[in-house]
Design a protein around this ligand. Sequence first.
Ligand SMILES: Cc1cc2nc3c(=O)[nH]c(=O)nc-3n(C[C@H](O)[C@H](O)[C@H](O)COP(=O)(O)O)c2cc1C
Ligand code: SF4
Ligand code: SF4
Length: 270
Amino acid sequence: MMKTVVYHFSGTGNSLAVARGLAARLPDCEVRSIPKVMAQDPALDPVPAGAVIGIVAPIYMHGMPHMVDAFIGRITRPEYLFMVYAGGGNLGAGLAWTQKRFSQAGLPLSALFNIRMPSNYTPFGCPSREEQARLVAEAERRIDAVADVVSRRAIHVDGSNTSWFAAHVHPGLLYRLGHGAIPGMDSGFAAAGTCTGCGVCARVCPAGNISLVDGRPEWHHRCEQCFGCLQWCPVQAIDYRGRTRGVDRYHHPDIRVADMQQSAPGAASD
Ligand SMILES: Cc1cc2nc3c(=O)[nH]c(=O)nc-3n(C[C@H](O)[C@H](O)[C@H](O)COP(=O)(O)O)c2cc1C
Ligand code: SF4
Ligand code: SF4
């Protein structure tokens, strides 16, 4: 039986929950953190050749997180390669763009899926508890379907939810226009006086982008825009551009802050 390794990048636990859901359904399947792999010497932590490799990630501005893009360069000779977006439901031309990215890397992407999850982009609001529960329950059924395709090593690409115009006339426009700015978009985060200096924001950051200076977080412009720092702060001290004050915070209901800390680049190896 061939080993499956599912790599995840996650800010608020949706992608981690999907990765764990797949591991629970697939035989001999291990879940690994992309931020941890990327923090290690590539020679010490190779992505195994000849295995079944899966990637689970959120979608940002209709494209993949920068770190996932860089991670793709570490994959060599997979037996079967699949990717799952745990996105907020609006992929734009993300699926077509993603297929192009793998093909540029010379990697055969056998299957590409989109599982809709609650959106963690808090400036646009937080989904209600009912909506979260509905989407998480629906996602369980979608994870069943993904596991079925992967266990059959089938070729599969989910249909895109985008219009013909978005997919063909300006494919990847939002991604192209917006992605270059992402590392510096952390200048929009600020901690209020209620910050206790607990350091949770720094410990969950998948990019190692936060340090505490005099007990307050500072952001270092290597941001992935995962919104983990804002969402996991236990006292909701972090705001983004004055647009998240008083808005409920979100994280996947089955994922705890300790899970995120364990997935962060500074955590001990798996
Ligand atoms: C900066 C940012 C941009 C986002 N852009 C999109 C998007 O273009 N399309 C979409 O469907 N969801 C978008 N989302 C929502 C996330 O992809 C979604 O909530 C995802 O499930 C979060 O996964 P995580 O909990 O593993 O971090 C965005 C979220 C953030 C924080
Ligand atoms: S998690 Fe919140 S309270 Fe803790 S250091 Fe960060 S901003 Fe301050
Ligand atoms: S600074 Fe905040 S938003 Fe940026 S990568 Fe780190 S946790 Fe995510």
